[in-house]
Design a protein around this ligand. Sequence first.
Ligand code: HXC
Length: 260
Amino acid sequence: MIYENILVEYQDQIAVITINRPKALNALNSVTIQELTDSFNELAGDANIRTIILTGSGEKAFVAGADIAEMSDKSPIEARHFSQLGHKLMNLIEALPQPVIAAVNGFALGGGLELAMACDIRLASTNAKFGQPEVGLGILAGFGGTQRLPRLVGSGRASELLFTTDLIDAQEAFRMGLANHVYPKEELLGQAVAMAKKISSKAPIAIQLTKSAIVKGENLDLLSGQGYEAEVFAQTFSTEDQKNGCKAFLEKRTTDYQGR
Ligand code: HXC
């Protein structure tokens, strides 16, 4: 598919999606949100792709937020639709069979941070900056930020970021658990690909079910989460990969997982 504002590239079993509006610091307008939704939907059905990397183009930004120019004149009804369009994309990322790694290569602000938070893993470059500036614009973090940020970093730190609009650097994001690792800018994508390769070498169905247990578990009490975990654990025992994987260990050899 040809897109206006995103690029999709393939490296073996990895897809790299690059948000490509560098002149607007990759701000999310409706077209970009829809294109991301379409590309993720397409990748969801592609069994050859085992891990997805999401990044931004240009020197400065991952995503500097929702597109303020497009958003500014919306009516309350249009604003609700826009928020819901974002939610649909973020929830789709969480529901994908493949893990998604955000390679945060610069500003991840507002909707950009919300997008990164919907990904499973966040890697940051040393120049990355994270923040939720929305209340400084008279709006709020309407792509899931009020919900995902407290879940990720706790409500005290989330409230501070959401109320003060202070930006934090990559090291601070790392300390909060918002970024898994911090790398020099020129190493970020290579490190993301290395992690994606590692993930792609494991059993895809087991990874998919693990992801779904993590995502589901965020919204469940421990016992219900364990109930779900037992179900998906059982499901792995109806896969060839489980038979081959366990057998390979016992026979002291490796195996190539087929995703069945
Ligand atoms: C539209 C944006 C933009 C955005 C930057 N640009 N962010 N356009 N929406 N979110 C545009 C600028 O207007 C400018 O265009 C060009 O990108 C370069 O930006 P500069 O400001 O000149 O760059 P710089 O001085 O380096 O400052 C970088 C920045 C700043 C600190 C990131 O651009 C900034 O504060 N951006 C807005 C960040 C923000 O408030 N994000 C939250 C948005 S609300 P021109 O044409 O002048 O060159 C949101 C809500 C989500 O995300 C929920 C919705 C439901």
